[in-house]
Design a protein around this ligand. Structure first.
Ligand code: IPM
Ligand code: MG
Length: 371
């Protein structure tokens, strides 16, 4: 049996608390394997790295991220660093990881666990059994386009500039991932852009159509303007299977999708690079979609499920451990069935548990499902 190396980057706010839960789950799988199936090393990122080193991620940590079999990331950011220069803001560490590891494909599944259908802000029948996947392009678009600056116009006016830019190859590779994933699911892709106002949207649609026609005619394809897509997500979310979109639309649509599942605290994500031509292995980073939640940091009340489910995605997408990934997802579902709820997913007035108890419930469910 091979050993897999994981770089843990807990980050800021609730990051370290939920990473501790991930470490327990990794320990559980090591114990089950009867050996160190996963080795872990921990390092700083975000504001905590800025405090120690004056940058949001160090070159040394970047080297470790490049060498690891997968990176597990917690969350970054917080008021404390609001006045840090733009280049060194906590989020810059995460963006550098995405860019330098070329993690262009961001998978954000939104699954509504049966026990949580009531916790959604939408009617139960709209979200019950929901299982959709937002596939977000992650290394291009307005996040990275140049120029990106605030220009002094010299007349007392300034001009803020961000550049939305996409090349054919960037659209093509994310489109292929969308169709490949759809084939393993319900075989439908919704491509979302704003071709009615954006040139990148026009090109996006063109390339998606070409790839579809050439290599994936068996997959159902529909195009939907991004604003309409946001509306349809809250109107009738189960119409979707895979939604593929650019970096910024993906950021927004995935937050909307998260709420369908009951809480932002439920959504894991995987960010994948292209397969290595020799080993077939993809560079990968796994992180919860929620942020660092500074308001509850340090209180032990954070929901660890998105982080733990991110470990599940690592098992599935980096290590081909499908049975183990299914087991972990079943354990999360089982734990929820027993009624344990962190504050974010609890009905009004209901009793809530903290991060540790929720983690314990999931480990107990793993034990009982595995015996
Ligand atoms: C996300 C986050 C990040 C993003 C921030 C923290 C830079 O909102 O992963 O969705 O905008 O991509
Ligand atoms: Mg976001």
């Amino acid at each position: 049996m091979t050993t897999h190396s994981l770089l843990l980057l807990p980050g800021d706010g609730i990051g370290p608390e939920i990473m501790a839960s991930a470490v327990e789950v990794i320990g559980w799988f090591n114990k089950r394997a009867g050996k160190e199936l996963f080795t872990t090393e921990s390092d700083l990122v975000g504001g905590s790295c800025y405090d120690a080193h004056g940058v949001s991620i160090t070159d040394e940590t970047m080297q470790k991220a490049l060498a690891a079999d997968a990176v597990l990331f917690g969350a970054v950011g917080g008021e404390k660093w609001d006045n840090v220069g733009y280049e060194h803001r906590p989020e810059a560490g995460l963006l550098r990881l995405r860019k330098d590891l070329e993690l262009f494909a961001n998978l954000r599944p939104a699954i509504c666990y049966p026990a949580l259908a009531e916790a959604s802000s939408l009617k139960k029948e709209l979200v019950e059994g929901l299982d959709i996947l937002i596939l977000r392009e992650l290394t291009g678009g307005v996040y990275f386009g140049e120029p990106k600056e605030i220009r002094d116009l010299g007349n007392g006016q300034k001009r803020g500039i961000d550049t939305q830019v996409y090349d054919t190859f960037e659209i093509e590779r994310i489109t292929r991932v969308a169709f490949d994933l759809a084939r393993t699911r319900r075989n439908k892709v919704t491509s979302s852009e704003k071709r009615n106002v954006m040139k990148t949207g026009v090109l996006w649609r063109e390339v998606v159509e070409q790839v579809h026609k050439a290599d994936y005619p068996d997959v159902e394809l529909e195009h939907m303007l991004a604003d309409n897509c946001g509306m349809q997500l809250v109107r009738r979310p189960k119409q979707f299977d895979v939604i593929v979109c650019d970096n910024l639309f993906g950021d927004m649509l995935s937050d909307v999708a998260a709420m369908l599942t009951g809480s932002l605290g439920m959504l894991p994500s995987a960010s994948l690079g292209a397969p290595d031509p020799v080993t077939g292995r993809r560079k990968a980073l796994y992180e919860p979609v929620h942020g660092s939640a500074p308001d509850i940091a340090g209180t032990g009340r954070a929901n660890p499920i998105a982080m733990i489910a991110s470990v599940g995605m690592a098992l599935r997408y980096s290590f081909g451990m499908i049975e183990e990934a299914d087991l972990l997802e079943a354990a999360i579902s089982k734990a929820l069935d027993t009624g344990v709820r962190t504050g974010d997913i609890a009905p009004e007035g209901a009793e809530t548990v903290g991060t540790e108890e929720m983690t314990r419930a999931i480990l107990d469910a793993l034990d009982s499902l595995d015996s």
